[in-house]
Every structure is written in C-alpha cells, then in structure tokens.
Design a protein around this ligand. Sequence first.
Ligand code: DQA
Length: 143
Amino acid sequence: MKFLVLNGPNLNLLGIREPGIYGKGTYANLVWTIEECARQEGVEVEIFQSNHEGDLVDRIQAAMGDCQGIIINPAAYTHTSVALLDALKAVSLPAIEVHISDVSQREDFRQISYVRLACVDTVMGMGFEGYCEALRRLKARLS
Ligand code: DQA
C-alpha cells in the first residue's frame, strides 16, 4: 500500500514559522515522523512539499495508478484552492485532509476548506501526530 503525503506552502518553514501555533519541530522532523509511522504501519509513503499550487496539482495527478491514497495538508491553499479540490476529485483516490493546528478555533477565513469536499476525513489540531493518525485511518479504510 502506497500513500502520497502532500504539504503546501510555508510548511517548509516549520520550526521557524509561528512556533506558538505550529510547534518547534522542523519540516525535516515532520518527514522523519511520517516515515517512522509509515514504517510501523507497513505502508510506503511518498512525501512532497511545495509552495506552488500547480506543483501540488501535478503530484496529485501523478498519484493516479501509483498510490492508493492521499494525505494532504494544503496549508493556506486549503482556504482558496478550487484547483486542488478539482485535482482530488479527478483522481478519485481516498484523501484525508490534515492540519497541524486546530483550524476550527482560528480565524473566520480558515473555516472554509475547499479540499474537504473531496476528502473522506479530516484530522486537525494534533500537531505532527495528525499525519500518523491520518495514515492509520487511511490504511484502515483500505484494508
Ligand atoms: C495549516 C493551517 C492553515 O490555515 C495555514 O494556512 C497553514 C497550516 C495547519 O497545518 O495548521 O499554513 O494547514
């Protein structure tokens, strides 16, 4: 079983960026955390981060025929991107939306999620562990 794990803009700056909200762990720490839980769950993961919407769309399309599911933290594109929503709908792979912070408790503009319309589940407010929770939930759905 192989999952694509996508991270959107500014998540490469984890550890530097608003540590009071996103924690002190770096993006490298996040990648390590995901790889470690994937190893424990016996799932293969391809992990990709980009600050560019089109690159994320390209990766979603490329997952077709290669991955069985998608874990996506679209970051700010969560709240703006119809292109990511359409890409997820187009590939018809089960996808879980992840947010490190609890967006439900934040600003009004963060209450809109376009990608959620194409996701089977959402995990938020669990920090880096949220990615592992999403991986386990996706694996359970597919098993
Ligand atoms: C985020 C929440 C988004 O609102 C924000 O734009 C991000 C990160 C999160 O992981 O909590 O960049 O997706």
